[in-house]
Design a binder for this molecule. Sequence first.
Ligand code: PEP
Ligand code: MN
Length: 259
Amino acid sequence: MASFDIYKENSVRIIAGPCSVESFEQLDCVANFLKELGLTWMRGGAFKPRTSPHSFQGLGFEGVDILQNVAHAYKLKTVTEVVDSLHIPYLMKRINCLQVGARNMTNYELLKSLAKQTANTQVPILFKRSMASTIDEWFQTVDYLSEYGNKNIIMCERGICSFEPATRYTLDIAAIPLTKMQTQYPIAVDTSHPAGDAELVPALTKAALAAGADAILIEVHPDPPSAKSDANQQLSFSQFEKLLGELRRICVALDKVLI
Ligand code: PEP
Ligand code: MN
């Protein structure tokens, strides 16, 4: 199931999809939309790390199966988060890229286990920066993955905690060039989680692209107000389509291909 094409030189990979997989119908609708726009990768959370146990926890394995079936039908590739080392064999057979979420960046045993279990396949790992780590800590910690067997890594900046409450997190744009200067890995930027508000996502995304992002993660939902998680920050289809047009034009100026 391993896929090596999440990163391509001189390209910007757009990985869009809902915060959470909520139903077959919801994901099918998103996949159909992304496919029509010519995109090739889709995100969706099945196991959701939520602050409160009373919040929607994701559909779990059922969500993974929905991702697999819908992605297969539309010939899309998938990213989903891994939260438990016991889930890795199941995920590896069904998903094209495994995400380590911000909350698990410092879960060193999970990182070791993930790297060991994926050493043979080299399935790509999207390694998010913790909201509470410095760039240097993030760069040190990624070595758990490479040292324990998987070097097929894409780093992902997703915003950090700061003293600024106007946004959900503070997107650290400098992390983009620093990743390029100080690591051997490509850099993705999740512009939905730092924004916390769909209105802010386009500007943050354009900034990330201009600063050199190799991939962008964006949450998009057929009906954002009804989303079971992160309703405020998910783009509607029309907001997403408008942004994609702008990103395509920026890519021309950057001499990159949007894929
Ligand atoms: C996500 O991408 O679904 C997610 C939970 O992100 P983060 O780990 O960055 O909060
Ligand atoms: Mn989310």
